[in-house]
Design a protein around this ligand. Structure first.
Ligand code: IMP
Ligand code: MG
Length: 185
């Protein structure tokens, strides 16, 4: 059993919900055409589910797809490699595609997905729930950002460490020092 007391809340449920509505309004204001949301699994599943519903309330009717990418293999620091574990099914040529991910850290995951879909002819914009500044290995500037995140390893709201804590409805920091266990995107 996971002991929830070990996770310190960084962004609570109400704060996240409010921000999701704001981001959805920003996305709607950009007037996307024939919008396809591509959520990058696994970490973004909860954010994407809430954001898509907020987008509906903002008058958008996006189609939704998933792409499973993995960049974290052996540590809580990025391996530098991005692997496609599952690709999108839809044709993306000439469409507005909004990539949705949980965290922008080195930028490799988003840059990889953006380049891939752009090469297939999509007009790609990007939305990340959290942005960790000062950690960029490749230059990529997200179009929509939920929160600027302190340089800490965060869990919850879809994000894991060693497959745990994804179910938490808030974003938090595991209060435990010592051995870091690998997350699983
Ligand atoms: P990037 O490719 O270095 O930008 O890494 C982004 C990916 O790393 C995210 O999609 C997450 O899956 C994962 N990641 C980065 N930082 C964290 C964290 O603090 N907690 C959980 N996952 C993280
Ligand atoms: Mg991820």
């Amino acid at each position: 059993m996971i002991d929830r007391r070990r996770v310190k809340v960084l962004f609570d449920e109400a704060t996240i919900a409010r921000r999701n509505e704001e981001i959805a309004r920003e996305i709607a204001a950009s007037e996307p055409k024939d919008l396809l949301v591509v959520a990058i699994l696994k970490g973004s599943f909860m954010f994407a589910a809430d954001l898509i519903r907020a987008m509906h309330r903002s008058g958008l009717a996006p189609q939704v797809e998933f792409m499973h990418l993995s960049s974290y293999r052996a540590a809580t620091v990025s391996s530098g490699q991005v692997a496609i574990l599952r690709d999108v099914d839809s044709e993306v040529r000439d469409r507005d595609v909004l990539l949705v991910d949980d965290i922008l850290e080195s930028g490799r995951t988003i840059a990889f997905a953006k380049d891939l879909l752009a090469a297939r002819g999509a007009r790609v914009s990007t939305c990340v729930l959290l942005e960790k500044p000062g950690k960029r290995a490749v230059s990529v500037k997200p179009d929509f950002v939920g929160f600027v995140c302190p340089d800490l390893f965060v869990v919850g709201y879809g994000m894991d460490v060693a497959h745990s804590f994804r179910e938490l409805p808030f974003i938090g920091v595991v209060e435990k020092d010592g051995d870091a266990t690998p997350p699983n995107d």
